[in-house]
Ligand binder design. Sequence first.
Ligand code: DX5
Ligand code: ZN
Length: 223
Amino acid sequence: MGIQISPSILSADFANLGAEVDSIADVADWVHVDVMDNHFVPNLTLGLPVVESLRKVSPLPLDCHLMIENPDRWAPAYAEAGASSVTFHVEAAHAPVRLARELRAQGARAGMGLKPATPIEPYADLLPELDMVLLMTVEPGFGGQAFLDVVLPKIARTRALLRDRDSAVWLQVDGGVSSATIERAAEAGADVFVAGSAVFTADEPAAVVSHLRALAEAAAVRD
Ligand code: DX5
Ligand code: ZN
């Protein structure tokens, strides 16, 4: 599939989401939608009604990242609301295999997210059940935090596990991704990049997306 860029609207103007999404529509692959419940993370953002509204206006598929407790209960509703990819956190899921299968049965891509301190190895056998692994490169909850280099070895180990299984599972990184950090993440093996503040606090969001893609593509070749 190659390198993909999924700008996070967490740092966009919530009163103008339609226009914000339009600003990156020609250059991005996805729109990353951060759902937070003030329990799994200490922040509250948006939920199903906003996803349903976004789906109607967004020219790009929605990549919903659920930072919520009990995703077993809520995640399928996001697929139903029109999300093309739904990522739950493994730290919160009660039955990740059942949930991934349910999401796929609904026609969505199933993603599994890991916080920075959560190891990938216990979940190695689950990888064929997934379409994407999301490795957080900040503690989830807020945009604008610094990229955690401590996660780089886990990105590389996850890439190695995926290669071993010759799988088509995408490897997404989320948090602190910018022109200063994206090459390191790409060299380690990530192929889907979420960027929030780097894109939506810029004067020209589309230009930033294109620049990030070029940097990641060049770095991935060096991998
Ligand atoms: C943080 C969210 C991220 C956030 C990234 O918990 O999951 O998607 O928007 O923002 P930046 O790119 O600013 O770190
Ligand atoms: Zn996110």
